[in-house]
Structure formats: C-alpha cells, structure tokens
Design a protein around this ligand. Structure first.
Ligand SMILES: [Zn+2]
Length: 160
C-alpha cells in the first residue's frame, strides 16, 4: 500500500517557502518564496535578507528611526531574491510566498513573467503598498490564490 496522507503540491511548496524563511535574520518578519514551473519543478527560492556583501552585523534590522538607520533601504525581499536566484525562464511559473507581495516585488513578479501567486497571509491588505500591488497584478492578469490555511513548520534536531 502506498502512503496516502502525503503533502499536496500546495503544502509542499508553501512548506518549502517556510523552510527558506527560517534562514532570514530579520528579527520581526521572516518571509520565504519559492518559484515553481508548470511541471512542479522548483526554479527559484529566496528569503528576506541584505544583499551580498552587506553584513547582517553592520546593517540595521530596525523598523523605526531615521530611514538610513532602518532595514528598509537595504533589505531584499524574499520574492525578489527568488527571482534573482532563479535558474530558468520564469514565464508561466507560480510563486509561493508566505506574505502577499509588496508593490516593488509585484513589479518584479510581473516583469519576470510569473503568472500565478499563491500566498498565505494578507495582513497588510489595507496598506497603500498592497493596494497598489494588487492593482498592478490584476491589470497584468497575474492569478492570485490565497491558501485557506496557514502552515507552521518546526524543525527538530536530535543527536545521532
Ligand atoms: Zn516585496
């Protein structure tokens, strides 16, 4: 008898997004993104972090204060990292992301040819950024799908 209670594709790829998010050094928001082709192959993966060479020990993770003293001018979002880390043509692909993409990532998603976004949380739905994001994504015909559940992933290590 084969196992029947396996992860669905949605659970598998969103689970992978959550695994990737666990690499983020951001103390307040950890986001992961996974780009998947039509034939269920992972073609890109990312999490929110600073650009290469910009040390987590030298750049700020603060959310408040003067702009240059916060994380905002420096951080690369999970979706953009997944696009930049991808290894193939993204036209027609889906992106799985634990938080609805901001307007900057929406531009990159549209321009890369990704045609479907599967997301969990939409906690910033009322912000101007998310409204602008949705306006662009809808105009560009990108399919938006919110999962009816939120996944939680915990990793346990045990001694050999
Ligand atoms: Zn973003």
């Amino acid at each position: 008898m084969k196992r029947e209670d396996v992860l669905t594709w949605d659970e598998y790829f969103m689970g992978l997004a959550h695994l990737s998010a666990k690499r983020s050094k951001d103390p307040s928001t950890q986001v992961g993104a996974v780009i998947v082709s039509k034939d269920h192959r992972v073609v890109g993966i990312g999490y929110n972090g600073f650009p290469n060479g910009c040390s987590d020990d030298e750049f700020p993770w603060d959310r408040e204060g003067e702009f240059a003293q916060t994380k905002y001018p420096f951080v690369v979002h999970a979706e953009l990292n997944a696009i930049l880390n991808s290894n193939s043509d993204l036209r027609g692909c889906s992106i799985y992301v634990s938080l609805f993409p901001c307007n900057e990532c929406a531009k990159a998603i549209i321009q890369s040819g990704i045609s479907r976004i599967v997301y969990e949380s939409d906690k910033y739905a009322d912000t101007d950024g998310t409204k602008a994001s949705k306006r662009m994504l809808k105009a560009a015909g990108v399919q938006l799908e919110q999962l009816p559940y939120q996944m939680e992933l915990s990793i346990h290590k045990k001694d050999q």
